[in-house]
Ligand binder design. Structure first.
Ligand code: 13P
Ligand code: SF4
Length: 305
């Protein structure tokens, strides 16, 4: 059944000249039909590389918006219109304008998990895998980091030479776990290394053996000589690693480590969208697109170099 749907998708995507980009938090059956799978930085890097007329983003809305910002000539599709990132909505343009008035000498660094509208007011965009590198390269010493307080706190430790101001905002999926969850998982799996995403609370990050983005966590686990790992990020990563490395053992930090937005997109959503029976084409006015592009271009310039 899954194979039949995948074959139909591959046929439709060829007929319609569609490139499918998928974030690592998508289910394995979606990763198998994708042209590129990666973390947020990799997805932004690969958006422009696709020669296809249409790009489908299997992930959440801000990722599809990023593709549209970088590739205005392409038709950009989001297979599940309700797949948003709650963190991207936590600060709006009015709140950011007030913060900028309060901190007029700070450069505004936005996590890529923000709306296109908010990006129009930011100086540089970053992702979890590129934030420290980019901030270190910035000439400005004072940084206002929005909206993820946990990622901002982690990055501030990596960049002690910068004065980094964070504001309240967080990923509801990652921020809900505590040191007690780590202790419970470590007691159950004493031989396992703990690999966590920097969107987790500082008390979880402090106890980790490795901290990194989704692809960095996967690469670390694949390349490590160790055999057991507790995964402190969305549970799809446990699924992928279990398939990719059957000789190793992967345990979720919690069975509740689920991003319901990322899991909204099913293989059937991809099929329906390609069949013209669902999904949404991302449209953006040119003024917003051009203004939002500045901070993404700067991210790619500083993050690639
Ligand atoms: P990365 O893929 O950049 O690690 O980001 C994780 C995430 O939560 C995306 O929304
Ligand atoms: Fe947003 Fe968190 Fe889900 Fe990533 S895991 S899409 S940051 S809610």
């Amino acid at each position: 059944m899954i194979k039949d749907i995948q074959e139909k998708i591959l046929q439709l995507k060829k007929e319609q000249d569609v490139c499918i980009l998928a974030h690592c938090y998508q289910t394995h059956d979606i990763l198998e039909i994708a042209d590129y799978v990666g973390d947020s930085f990799g997805l932004a890097q690969n958006a422009q590389k696709a020669a296809n007329k249409t790009v489908m983003m299997c992930g959440v809305r801000f990722m599809a918006e990023t593709v549209k910002i970088l590739c205005p000539e392409k038709r950009v599709l989001l297979p599940e219109p309700d797949a948003g990132c709650p963190m991207a909505e936590q600060i709006d343009a009015q709140m950011l304008s007030q913060l900028k008035e309060k901190f007029p000498r700070h450069a505004v660094v936005a996590y890529i998990n923000t709306t296109a509208e908010l990006k129009t007011l930011c100086d540089v965009c970053v992702t979890s895998s590129s934030a420290a590198k980019i901030i270190k390269k910035m000439p400005e010493d004072k940084i206002l980091f929005i909206p993820d307080k946990n990622l901002g706190t982690y990055i501030a430790k990596q960049c002690p030479e910068k004065e980094i101001k964070t504001v309240y905002g967080c990923c509801p999926t990652h921020a809900k776990f505590s040191a007690a969850d780590v202790e419970k998982a470590r007691a159950a799996h004493p031989e396992a290394l703990l690999l966590v995403h920097p969107e987790c609370d500082a008390q979880v990050v402090e106890k980790a053996d490795f901290v990194g983005s989704t692809t960095e966590i996967m690469d670390y686990a694949k390349n490590s000589p160790k055999k057991e790992f507790i995964i402190g990020t969305e549970n799809s990563i446990v699924q992928h690693l279990g398939i990719d490395c059957p000789e190793k053992r992967f345990y979720p930090l919690s069975k509740d480590f689920v991003c319901h937005n990322m899991q909204l997109t099913k293989l059937s959503s991809v099929l329906h969208c390609l069949s013209g029976d669902g999904g949404e084409e991302i449209l953006m006015d040119e003024k917003t697109r051009l203004a939002a592009k500045l901070c993404i271009d700067r991210m790619l310039e500083l993050g690639n170099g």
